[in-house]
Design a protein around this ligand. Structure first.
Ligand code: HEC
Length: 93
């Protein structure tokens, strides 16, 4: 799952997200799995429009980044792989 997630990251997320804490277009992913719940991350990946409309934390990020993250049409299964890749990036096995 981690390598599937990495592939998706390189294809569809890397243009806007670094794996460090550094912000690119969107926030860097370092420690995102420690500060956010898995379901929240899943929703951000598969249903970003809803999150930007209703979730206060997502809205804070929007104020910070001033760009709306586009919906990348990621399936639930692929989103799970990306979350696994994020966990791996945060040093978990
Ligand atoms: C065009 C740029 C862009 C692309 C491509 C993009 N994002 Fe984002 N992402 C953002 C922005 C900007 C935000 C901050 C929220 C906002 O402003 O909409 C964000 C926020 C996030 C967050 C919340 C981060 C945090 O610190 O809580 C996650 C998780 C996320 N994106 C995952 C993904 C995934 C997974 C992909 C690839 C499938 C992806 N993004 C592709 C721009 C992008």
């Amino acid at each position: 799952m981690v390598s599937t997630g990495k592939g998706i990251y390189e294809l569809k997320c890397q243009a806007c997200h670094k794996l460090t804490e550094e912000k690119l277009v969107g926030p860097g992913w370092k420690d995102v799995t420690k500060t956010r719940k898995p379901l929240w991350i899943m929703n951000m990946i598969t249903n970003v429009e809803m999150m930007l409309e209703t979730d206060p934390e997502a809205q804070k990020l929007l104020e910070l980044c001033m760009v709306r993250m586009p919906n990348q049409n990621i399936t639930t299964a692929d989103a799970r792989s990306v979350v696994e890749f994020m966990r791996y990036n945060d040093g978990e096995k």
